[in-house]
Design a protein. Structure first.
Length: 173
């Protein structure tokens, strides 16, 4: 009886270790995709005061990973890229004008964009994570997934001002 228990215990421990190793490998691939910041954002609609509804197009080999990554990409895009407007929706210039600021202020931006980081305060998925039929495209060996998100640009700007990352609107030129 003890022999069966030992064999079962060894098998369970092996299985748990294998599962943890697979998750760690998957996480490394996701982090690599994040470091490359491959995405596109487009205006969809104006939200309540200070927010904007945008579609973040994220590239990933796993569609479910793209949904969470879209939130990071949307906030990153508002800060560093901005987006073009369309009829009825004004465009948004990037909140920062220095293209090297992410590297220069890496002590701020690295934890800010970590999984579960502060960026989460400023973004929500607006369609409950459901991907529309035309928002899941197969591009080569990966997917291009469009996710609707709402970004609170006013609060994001205020937070970046308080951290000394961007100058306040009333700071002068």
């Amino acid at each position: 009886m003890k022999s069966v228990f030992k064999k079962t215990s060894v098998f369970v421990l092996f299985f748990i270790g294998f599962t943890i190793a697979l998750n760690a490998q998957s996480r490394k691939k996701v982090e690599k995709d994040t470091k490359e910041w491959r995405y596109e954002i487009e205006a969809v609609n104006v939200g309540v005061q200070g927010t904007c509804l945008i579609k973040a197009w994220t590239y990933s080999k796993k569609p479910d990973v793209a949904i969470e990554q879209a939130k990071k990409n949307a906030v990153h895009g508002i800060i560093f890229k901005g987006f073009a407007g369309k009829q009825g929706v004004p465009g948004q210039k990037p909140l920062v004008s220095n293209v090297n600021l992410e590297e220069e202020k890496s002590d701020f931006f690295t934890p800010f964009f970590n999984d579960g980081g502060k960026y989460m305060k400023f973004v929500t998925i607006s369609n409950d994570g459901n991907i529309g039929v035309g928002d899941r495209l197969k591009v080569g060996k990966e997917y291009k997934i469009g996710v609707m998100v709402s970004v609170n640009i006013s609060e994001l700007r205020r937070d970046l001002e308080e951290a000394g990352i961007v100058k306040g609107l009333g700071a002068g030129f």
